[in-house]
Design a protein around this ligand. Structure first.
Ligand SMILES: [Zn+2]
Length: 231
């Protein structure tokens, strides 16, 4: 399984849903225990009280905003959020497998310690760790668990949710993300969704901008510059 990040360069994913509330209270898995998390409960409480609470507030606003949009994609997104099939979570709610996937996209050497202690800091909602992640990722999809940066404007948050929900709906996480064409197609669709929230069509100029942006984030040198076709 691969994961999909909404990357930000120069930096690089509610109404409290029952899903997310449950997720933040999951018991630590054996790997987490072996990582030495002796105060997992209090750490998760901080993650929930600080970061999940922020996400819930952003999600409430996002739902209201979606109701103002008349596009078909806004309705799709609202429906997905209401169906509670996806969990919108802060990065500190990641489990070990998800953090392992995240580390494929970012070097965490700026955070002191080894992988286990960095994971512990993540689960504790450590400020340095969360700032590092929010500086690198706007969002990150792993199956139906969508991790979203809380360091975004309301607009940025809504666009990131649209981006990551698109990955979820397309089951992009099942694709081969080593294939540049897969990356190009899935990321193009996700970035187009950010626009289609508000307007029924993506302009040719916006489409060209998306392709240019993707080429800054990913190695798509084997593809034509203006499409996802191979050269
Ligand atoms: Zn993406």
């Amino acid at each position: 399984m691969t994961s999909l990040a909404r990357l930000l360069i120069p930096i690089l994913f509610a109404a409290a849903t029952s899903c997310s509330a449950t997720s933040s209270k999951e018991a630590p898995d054996p790997d987490e225990r072996s990582a030495g998390i002796s105060e997992a409960d209090s750490a998760e409480n901080r993650c929930a009280s600080t970061f999940q609470r922020r996400i819930n507030a952003l999600l409430r606003d996002a739902r209201l905003e979606l109701d103002n949009f008349q596009t078909s994609y806004a309705k799709v997104l609202r429906g997905e959020l209401d169906a509670n099939k996806v969990d919108i979570l802060p990065f500190c709610a990641m489990n070990t497998a998800e953090f392992t996937e995240l580390r494929k996209y970012h070097n965490f050497s700026a955070i002191s310690g080894n992988t286990a202690t960095r994971f512990q800091k993540l689960r504790a909602g450590d400020d340095d760790m969360m700032n590092e992640i929010h500086g690198a990722f706007a969002g990150f999809q792993w199956g139906n668990r969508l991790f979203v940066s809380t360091s975004q404007s309301a607009n940025g948050f809504l666009e990131t949710v649209a981006h990551e929900v698109t990955h979820y709906l397309r089951e992009a996480h099942l694709g081969d993300y080593k294939d540049p064409q897969v990356i190009c197609i899935e990321e193009s669709e996700a970035y187009r969704a950010e626009i289609l929230l508000r307007r029924p069509k993506v302009t040719a100029r916006e489409s060209a901008d998306i392709h240019a942006k993707l080429r800054r984030y990913f190695d798509l040198s084997k593809l034509r510059p203006d499409s996802c076709d191979y050269l």
